[in-house]
Ligand binder design. Structure first.
Ligand code: C6P
Length: 416
């Protein structure tokens, strides 16, 4: 049993936390970096960088193959990372944790293998929502060249809440899966996924939760949620890029065929027939991202030093402060005012294109994202070409929000 949860939690001190993240000391355009694009990717604490460095400097070897010291060491570290993920999201078993490249690959894996498992018939329906990232739309469209799957879309209110009554009325005998985002990367909405799962399960329908934006902000317990699948990306949760997690209940993972074929995922191979490895190996063909998994394990250790609820409360205070301050700006409109929100704020300013906002404030070292945020249907819903988006992590400060506001006032002045 890996104990990633220390008995005594580290006290929250934002200045101390900032010093754990070396990039936060750098200058951009001769100004201290103000990094407010955490929904795109989070920054990395020194201990994650050190874990990657340690692995490549001293411990590098391929895993699950060699009987020599380094290979066993690397295998042990990789499998320890899996145990850390298991504990982090409270899966029942480590074999339910599949390492993939990220949330995108995880959803593609589920869509493709459920389709090949013949779980879907022509005319079956998958329910998603209007606030999905493209990663939870396109994979379901891609499989329709094999099976005619119809996507049903849960509508959202003007504030950015899901319409649960509409959701209930969409479920019918053709519904095979519900696949929804936990926290919207564009609107910041925290969806009532436990309730959604309860409703779907009462009709015998499994649910996939896209946790790409929730894992960095909330403590997630997949057993408590009773999610059938849960996906997230390492790079948004202070780990490296190129590593992510598919959690699946054993009963589903067992019935799904492999996603890719190759080394590591087999038990026996002849030219006539291949038998496959048990979980999780069946879904991890080829040499995996060993360093990435170890780095993700280190990121989990980093996060678990803190009381996660304390970090969430701090981020909530940043959200509240930023919302109040931004709304003071004449002509600024926040897109997404759901009752439950995470620290993500999309906004537009009358008469100024979001690209201009992003480019101008970048000259002051302020990084925000501008565009459609890989959620074009949300832009269509609000009739917007794009938004500007500031997204906060627990290493951000109210002073940085003040700098954002100052930067936006400068933008307004330029366009006045
Ligand atoms: N959102 C953003 O700036 P990947 O690219 O596989 O790590 O994550 C995809 C993904 C899936 N679901 C949600 C809710 C997401 O927010 C993302 C990634 C980034 O909002 C990059 S587009």
């Amino acid at each position: 049993m890996i104990n990633t949860i220390p008995e005594v939690k580290r006290k929250f001190n934002v200045e101390e936390i900032r010093s754990d993240f070396p990039i936060l000391k750098r200058l951009v355009n001769e100004k201290p970096l103000v990094y407010l694009d955490n929904a795109a990717t989070s920054q990395k604490p020194q201990q994650v960088i050190d874990a990657l460095n340690q692995y490549y400097t001293f411990d590098n070897a391929n895993i699950h193959r060699g009987l020599y010291f380094l290979s066993e060491l690397a295998t042990d570290q990789y499998e320890t990372a899996r145990l850390k993920v298991k504990e982090f999201i409270n899966a029942l078993s480590a074999s339910e944790i599949i390492f993939v490249r990220g949330a995108t690959e995880a959803i593609n894996l589920v869509a493709s293998t459920l389709c090949r498992a013949r779980i879907f018939k022509n005319g079956d329906e998958v329910i998603i929502s209007h606030m999905e990232h493209h990663a939870n739309i396109v994979p379901w469209q891609l499989i329709s060249d094999r099976k005619q799957i119809n996507l049903k879309v849960i509508p959202i209110t003007d504030d950015g809440d899901l319409d649960l009554d509409a959701f209930k009325s969409m479920i019918n005998e053709k519904t095979k899966l519900v696949s929804v985002v936990h926290i919207s990367n564009t609107l910041g909405t925290i969806n009532p996924v436990k309730k959604i799962i309860e409703i779907a399960h009462s009709c015998g329908i499994p649910v996939l939760i896209d946790g790409a934006q929730s894992v960095p902000h909330l403590k997630v317990d997949v057993q408590e949620l009773d999610a059938d699948f849960f996906v997230f990306s390492g790079h948004k949760v202070f780990g490296p890029t190129g590593i992510g997690v598919l959690y699946g209940k054993t009963e589903y993972l067992e019935m799904m065929p492999p996603y890719q074929g190759g080394g590591s995922m087999i038990r026996t191979v002849t030219f006539e027939k291949t038998t496959f490895d048990d979980l999780p190996g069946k879904f991890e063909a080829g040499t995996p991202n060993i360093a990435g998994a170890i780095g993700l394990g280190s990121a989990i250790d980093y996060l678990c030093q803190f009381d996660r609820n304390g970090l969430t409360l701090y981020e909530d205070s940043l959200l509240k402060y930023a919302t109040e301050q931004l709304l003071q700006i004449d002509g600024l409109r926040i897109i997404g005012n759901a009752k439950e929100k995470a620290s993500v704020i999309s906004f537009v300013i009358d008469g100024i294109h979001p690209y201009d906002i992003g480019t101008i404030i970048d000259t002051d070292g302020i990084a925000i994202r501008t565009g459609h945020h890989c959620t074009q249907p949300i832009m269509q819903r609000y009739n917007l070409p794009a938004t500007a988006r500031a997204s906060f992590s627990f290493y951000n400060t109210k002073e940085e929000i003040d700098k954002l506001v100052k930067g936006l006032l400068k933008v307004k002045k330029i366009f006045a």
